[in-house]
Write a protein that binds this ligand. Sequence first.
Ligand code: ZN
Length: 286
Amino acid sequence: MYGAIEAGGTKMVVAIGDENGNIIDAKEIKTGTPKETIPDILKFFGKYEIDSVGIGAFGPVCLDSNSSDYGRIGRSPKLDWVGFSWTEAFAEKKIPVVVDTDVNAACIGEVMFGNGQGLSDVIYITIGTGIGVGVYCDGHLLHGMLHPEAGHILLAREAGDDFKGSCPYHRDCFEGLASGPAIKMRYGKEGSKLTDRDDVWELEAEYISKALMQYICCYSPKRIILGGGVMHVEKLFPIIRKKTSDYLSGYLDTSELKDMDSYIVPALLRGEQGIKGSLFLAKNAK
Ligand code: ZN
């Protein structure tokens, strides 16, 4: 039996289950400071005999398992959590942990149990409060120096778009132009209240497609899975498929790209990809 944590800025989802993603108990805990939140998490896991815990955490977070900082949160905008270590939080209970990013956990959840099953190369993109990209490459999650932060790439601006952008670090990076907060800042309303405005989704799809074109060229994924709150607007999918195909302009001639309906797809696990992925990660705890 394993534990899993999907650690987000507003809530933590904790769950107990097996490596096949079957959940037997789960709870949501409001994210406060570590001092407020961690005792609640430990109390939940204390009811069970668990072998290890898989954690999909907001970042930046150290993912080098050879480092003494493994599981430590870096310069996060969530100031209460800067310097907090997931590894240390469970050390006293002698429970081993595996830490990865929230988006990598969601990516592996979809690869193992969702729309990426059977594929060796998949990217999972969440477009919501932020934009994150989980990269599953040659059968492994990509970490590299830290972990990919592909939501912060710079995109060519659409003509006439003078929105200054919402990213505190780069202003008009992809996240600054197309995340949920960017939509709200740009139009003065949440995306969920703009579903009848075709121009909103045309522009949104434009930026998403520009980003996908770059991910396809850089990561060569065999499928792209799109999740997160913004992607609940289903009419985005056909526009994104068409625009991405137009941007690629026939340059890459693969069987996958001939069938855009199965190349660019929504997440299958309907919000459970992160917690199920974290359960799967727990299996590899040392
Ligand atoms: Zn940025």
